[in-house]
Write a protein that binds this ligand. Sequence first.
Ligand code: GLA
Ligand code: ZN
Length: 654
Amino acid sequence: MIKIGIDYYPEHWDRAMWEEDAARMAELGVHTVRMAEFAWSRLEPEDGKFDFSWLDDAIEVMARHGMRVILGTPTNCAPLWLYHDHPDTVQWDRSGRPTDLGIRGHRCMLSPVFRRYAARIIEEMARRYAGRPEIFAWQLDNELESNHCTCPTCTKGFQDFVRAKYGTLEHLNQAWGTVVWSGEYSSWDQIKPLLAPDCLPNWHNPAWMLDYERYGAACTADYVRFQCDIIRAFDPNAIITTNSCFCANLPDFHQEFQALDVASYDNYPPIRLPEDPEALTSNAFALDFVRSFKQKNFWIMEQLGGPLGCWGPISPAMEPGMLEGYALQAVAHGADLLSFFRWRTACTGAEMFCYGILDHDNRPNRRLAELDGLCRRLKQLPALDNTTIRSQVALLYSADQEFGLKNQIQSEGFAYWTQLRLFHDACMNLGVNLDILPEGASLDGYRVVLVPTHFITNPAVAAQLEDFARNGGTVVLTNRSGVKDQNGNCILGQPLPTAFRALCGCCVSETDAIGPARQQLTTIHGGTYTISGWCDLLVPETAAVWARYADRFYAGTPAITRNQFGAGQAYYIGTIGEKALYRALLLEIFREQEISMVEVLPRNVELTTRSGPGGVYRFFFNNSTHGCAFPLGSETVTLRPLEVKILTGKGEWL
Ligand code: GLA
Ligand code: ZN
């Protein structure tokens, strides 16, 4: 059965309230309660003096009401005495100074002193709780970002990282092309982390930045492994996760989650939905992305439970149906556990207007009623957790592309994330399940592989895609593919898309970074679509033309091509289009590849299918604040704003 959880902070509330809170949660049918992830100052009020008595009691109260606990390691917020006694545990920012204390997440995850204290409290917790039946799982730290700390330890760490990679300064200077602007290093300690907050990323050497991002991601993965190892020493069977979020400094999630058992995510979809039909607002992409971290079903550690405050002004109220709709959207994409943030809105602290399920008045409200309805509904679908998302379409992701394109903006409005989402959005609206795969993952069982902007060229991926197409698959590549080598430098002496030229059967004669300008293209079927951001002027070699530009000095020049390659084909999209362009192209490809679709879904209606031994469940989600209706076979499906309809069937596959 899909599990419902609650994020609870016993340390925020009078003990007398715990019992009643637990009873109310149990009545709803809550399975798990997450706690302790920010409670270090209460667990170790003084250096080496531990107090677990209150946590024992809180766990006992929950267990008595039939609920199990997801225990957080409290390392995101070290107590102030630790920072005070050991200033070298404090993270440094991009100005090269220690961060000001007073919010949260100030710890340097590499500081040896911090690691010693973190290890000690995690050990204390694991010794006490690991393996106990009351404990369902562990959450490490909170919303980890890639390590961008600039303290002396982290600086030295970066120097060691590149030294291990390049061996000599000569190799490093060569790989980073530091001859430009006299940036050649003559000693390892001249190598610095990312400083200068006032600089645009584009001003820096991209090769250096790429390795810096790889280093930051490796640090975060190492920090996860460090915590994991401690817990596993006490309970090898512990289920361990960490709650990811999509922050400014994205780590390499696939690397970070390697040591963990299950992926999880803090799911805060937009409360205010934009009316702009071109906006890519659906959270479905984030959910499929999280499923990709372990390529299996995942958990939500924080599910939107109320209007948000603190990190911005208070958001509007959640629309009726939104709490349930967004929760079921997560289930539709593979969530097997949803822990709602949070039980009751805090009365103190910065997040006092970041609403939980209950308001400050602690009385039953509309959101509680909706959560109750959700719990009842999931009880009617007891076998749902015995299903997965199965897909014949893959979207390739790699942290290298994210890093490379984030640090060297190619054109105004052109972002890797957007490129990925444009393809994803079209699949959802055609009712086609999509797996996001890390580069290098097996492509067995897929028929279509979408590869937006493979900027940092991985020759192994190029070879894999050729094999895939040769054997009958369809590959779709886009603009800015094959531009750089693995060091992040441009490839000399070959027309773009370099390693993908033979596969795509075309090359690029000239590029036009048009930014926000809007132009048009026309397809061979006569469709006209708006494009912006980028135009590759294509020269077909073995490819056929699928669309041509309609404007400027290159009107009539090929914009999209299609190349027969072995038993399959490869498309190359030289530009960035409006949503409808991707829908039209994928529709054609999916028809050719005989991938089952539902073509009649109104805009913003998403269809995802979970299937397996537990049955077949089709989730129709109206991700908009307007009602809609559409035909499905001989029936008409009507959906209220934000409603999810679940149609169940038999068999393994629809
Ligand atoms: C994040 C954090 C939580 C809380 C919520 C609400 O996701 O993990 O501790 O701050 O946001 O804003
Ligand atoms: Zn540091």
